[in-house]
Design a binder for this molecule. Structure first.
Ligand code: ADP
Length: 844
């Protein structure tokens, strides 16, 4: 593998590292990116803090080293000074000792010299001349104590410091320093024993006592004690003179508050280990500065970190708020864009500041065309500009109409539409009006719909007004009239009285005027009102005396537009129909009577023949009685018998006439509960007159225990007589043999459509009904007979049908040969009324 050139290697490495870092960054989710972005400054602050602490620590060590060196140097210098001073004194005292040993110095001179030195050198406290036998020759200052000590020590054979100094000086013949530590409050002293040697013989010592305090005060340079806490210690490290700083426990020498104070100790040279000089650096100021710096940096770092975190949290909150705002804005924008209402905002000067999508779409002008424009706006139709400008001016003064106003708007393509504008003030967050907001709705379509509705309403009203029926609507239990058309107003006026009268007389009970009628359950019928309004209209025919009119009244319930249950009454003038019906009824009645007369007319010869028999018999009886009375051949009993027979014949003739009279007598329609058997018997009696003439036999069968029928008996008899006559005529025309000249009449109960009826059937043995005749059987004035009128069957059918019955005719076959025909009809039992129309009540 070829190695990359050395010079490009770091470059490439850094490039690939950057590339990798970038790729890694891009792979991160936005939340993690956000977190890292937040962490980076924190890490930077931490690093900065660590760097500052490290720098401080480093500086601290440097400074401490430097300080240490300085202390060492200074201590060495001071020690040198002290040593020089001590050596100087030693020199002087050694000279005195030499002179003493050589007896060059008298006691008085010595005293003077010592006195002088005590005055000259304040550290010298006392001087004593002690001979070899420890006798104090001369003493001055504090030295007498030491000398006495020396003597006491010898007596007590107890070695004190002074004693050891004396002995050492005697033995070594060298000046000896002794650290004299005295108990109590006495100032520590330093003794110098200078041996007095005369020609090699020890002759005593010169004892000099120095005050250690004095040494310190005068021997240590003042600049030294200003900079350091300088102290003199004895061999055991106890403080003898000077000041000291209590030493701290060392935790780490890098930490400024925990680092030890710099100090240096050094034995004071001619004395040796017995006197040690120590200097401790006052580092308070430096410590304060560095620790202050440290705390400042720490505080700044903490503050920066805290601010970063706070800032991050704040920005996160802001981001959330921003997102919510964006969402809200998008939502509002979407809402605005989906809205069909055009929106336009204007500033207080009437300049358009905003238009929504719907507004642009409606007018055909784009947002950039409209925003920034002032009146006249491009969508104002040319003709209306002045009027619109005036209107806008008025609106801007705050004089706006609550319901908006209608204007016509011109699109970019110059087409126009009608719009309704609503103006409202735009108030900003501080409650200050910043402009006007106008909403615009295209009302072309609503207008069109309204016009259509109006037209439809007009058409509807016109139809209702022109209707030849009176229509009125009134709520139940109230005399308020909700609607009345022209005819109603014409007939009854504008009050609800007519409506209520119609309702009352039509027999449709109006609901009681109580509150329950407004409930869901109708008070009158206890039915739910919805069911009620769906029920079939009620019909009735009534006579209104005040108008002199017959009316057909229909009522129905309906829910009025306000939800109230109302009753609608439709009254139609049926006076003319009623009259026509009455006329028709009269005519029908006349026709029936006429028909019966005709029947009788046709039967006249038969009737005459029928009457002839009793009349002939009466005549014969009368003639016989007359002749026998004349011949006086008759007994009273025989006469009585003959008269009875005569009376019987006369009764019979009278009966025939009575029957015919009652048959043809014109009578009012009269329905009664009639016995079927009686009706049949009477009809048979009449018909038999004709049947006998045609030599036709009648067999009749009436089922037993038939119920009564509510009919007009004369009319039913008429039908039966007609059918029986037709049967006899048919048999006669067929020229049947005597044995075959039979008519069968049967009356039996039956059920038609599950209802009980009574069926009458008349069967003959004639030639039957030809197909072409069958089709026209019930046609009035259709007859196949030379002298026939052709109204019999048509009347029969209308009579049967007016009794709610039905009539049928059929041929009777024997194989293919027609052997006769059967006419049958049935009358229902239960139906009491002949008509579906209820029997009207005549109003007075
Ligand atoms: P008319 O008896 O005066 O002709 P109808 O109305 O009674 O009038 O009868 C109409 C016609 O029906 C008769 O002309 C006759 O042709 C036919 N018709 C009626 N009854 C019978 C019957 N029993 N048999 C055959 N044809 C009949």
């Amino acid at each position: 593998m070829p190695l990359p050139q050395l010079s490009t290697l770091p470059n490439q490495l850094s490039l690939t590292t950057i590339g990798r870092a970038r790729a890694w960054w891009k792979r991160l989710t936005p939340v993690r990116q956000d977190r890292f972005a937040m962490l980076a400054p924190l890490v930077a602050v931490m690093l900065f803090f660590i760097a500052i602490v490290a720098a401080l620590g480093y500086l601290r060590i440097e400074e401490m080293d430097r300080e240490q060196e300085a202390v060492q140097r200074d201590v060495e210098y001071s020690q040198q000074r002290l040593r020089l001073r001590l050596l100087e004194r030693q020199e002087q005292f050694m000279r005195v000792a030499r002179e003493l040993a050589n007896r060059e110095l008298s006691v008085a001179e010595f005293k003077t010299r010592v006195e002088y030195m005590l005055n000259q050198y304040p550290e010298v406290q006392g001087v004593a001349w002690i001979d070899e036998r420890r006798r104090v020759k001369v003493s001055s200052g504090t030295a007498i104590n030491a000398a006495s000590q020396l003597i006491t020590a010898q007596e007590n054979s107890k070695r004190s410091d002074t004693e050891s100094g004396f002995l050492q000086a005697r033995d070594t013949a060298l000046p000896i320093y002794i650290q004299q530590v005295r108990n109590g409050e006495f100032t520590p002293l330093l003794q110098l024993h200078v041996p007095l040697v005369d020609k090699g013989r020890f002759v005593g010592v010169l004892l000099v006592e120095y005050s250690v305090d004095g040494l310190y005060r005068y021997g240590v340079p003042s600049e030294m004690s200003a900079r350091y806490a300088v102290s003199l210690l004895d061999g055991k490290g106890a403080l003898i003179a000077g000041s000291s700083i209590p030493t701290k426990k060392v935790v780490s020498k890098f930490l400024p508050w925990a680092a030890p104070s710099n100090e240096y100790t050094m034995p004071v040279s001619p004395v040796g280990d017995g006197l040690v000089m120590r200097a401790q650096a006052y580092r308070a100021s430096m410590s304060v500065v560095s620790s202050g710096l440290f705390w400042l940096v720490t505080a700044l770092s903490v503050m920066t970190a805290w601010m970063l975190i706070a800032n991050w949290r704040h920005s996160r909150r802001r981001l959330q708020a921003q997102q919510a705002l964006i969402q809200e804005t998008t939502f509002r924008r979407a809402m605005e864009n989906s809205m069909l209402t055009g929106m336009r905002a204007m500033d207080l000067q009437g300049r358009i500041t905003y238009v929504n999508a719907a507004f642009c779409q409606m007018t055909g002008w784009s947002e950039s065309d409209l925003v920034g424009r002032t009146a006249p706006f491009p969508y104002w139709p040319e003709g209306d500009r002045e009027h619109l400008a005036a209107r806008l001016e008025e609106e801007m003064t705050g004089n706006n109409t609550a319901g908006g106003f209608q204007v016509s708007v011109q699109r970019r393509d110059r087409s126009k539409f009608e719009a309704r504008l609503y103006l409202s003030p735009l108030i900003d967050a501080n409650g200050v009006q910043t402009g006007w907001m106008t909403s615009m709705t295209d009302i072309t379509e609503p207008n069109r719909v309204r016009e259509q509705l109006t037209a439809a309403h007009q058409r509807f009203t016109t139809v209702l007004e022109a209707l030849d029926a009176s229509i009125s609507v009134a709520p139940l239990g109230s005399d308020e009239l909700l609607f009345a058309n022209k005819l109603y107003r014409q007939w009854f006026g504008i009050r609800a009285d007519g409506h209520l009268q119609l309702v009352a007389e039509a027999g449709v009970p109006a609901a009681q005027p109580n509150d329950e009628s407004r409930d869901e359950v109708d008070a009158f019928a206890g039915l739910p009102t919805t069911a009620l309004s769906e029920t079939e209209a009620e019909r009735a025919e009534i006579f209104i005396a005040a108008l002199g009119k017959w009316m057909e009244v229909r009522t129905r319930y309906l829910s009025w537009v306000d939800g109230r249950l109302a009753q609608m009454v439709i009254a139609t003038d049926i006076t003319s129909r009623r009259l026509a019906e009455e006329q028709a009824a009269t005519q029908a009645e006349r026709a029936q009577t006429a028909s019966r007369m005709i029947t009788m007319g046709e039967m006249a010869s038969s009737v005459a023949h029928e009457l002839n028999q009793p009349l002939t018999a009466i005549n014969n009886y009368c003639n016989g009685m007359v002749s026998r009375i004349k011949a006086k051949q008759i007994t009273e009993e025989e006469l009585l018998g003959a008269l009875e027979k005569t009376a019987k014949q006369a009764h019979r003739a009278g009966q025939i006439i009575q029957r015919i009279r009652s048959f043809v007598k014109r009578s009012e329609p009269n329905r009664t509960n009639a016995e079927v058997a009686t009706m049949v018997a009477e009809a048979v009696e009449l018909a038999e007159i004709e049947l006998r003439r045609f030599n036709v036999r009648l067999n009749h069968y009436v089922a037993a225990r038939l119920p009564q029928l509510l009919v007009d008996p004369i009319l039913i008899e008429q039908v039966l007589v007609n059918l029986l006559r037709n049967a006899a005529e048919s048999i006669d025309m067929a020229l049947r043999q005597t044995a075959q000249r039979v008519v069968e009449l049967r009356v039996v109960p039956r059920r038609v459509d599950d209802k009980p009826v009574i069926e009458f059937s008349v069967q003959d043995t004639g030639k039957g009904i030809a197909p072409e005749v069958m089709a026209r059987l019930y046609e009035a004035f259709f007859s196949t007979k030379a002298d026939g009128m052709g109204i019999g069957l048509s009347l029969c059918r209308s009579i049967v049908e007016s009794h709610m019955g039905r009539m049928t005719a059929e041929n009777i076959y024997n194989g293919n040969v027609v052997t006769g025909c059967r006419f049958s009809f049935w009358i229902p039992l239960s139906e009491a009324s002949p008509d579906s129309i209820r029997i009207p009540r005549i109003s007075k």
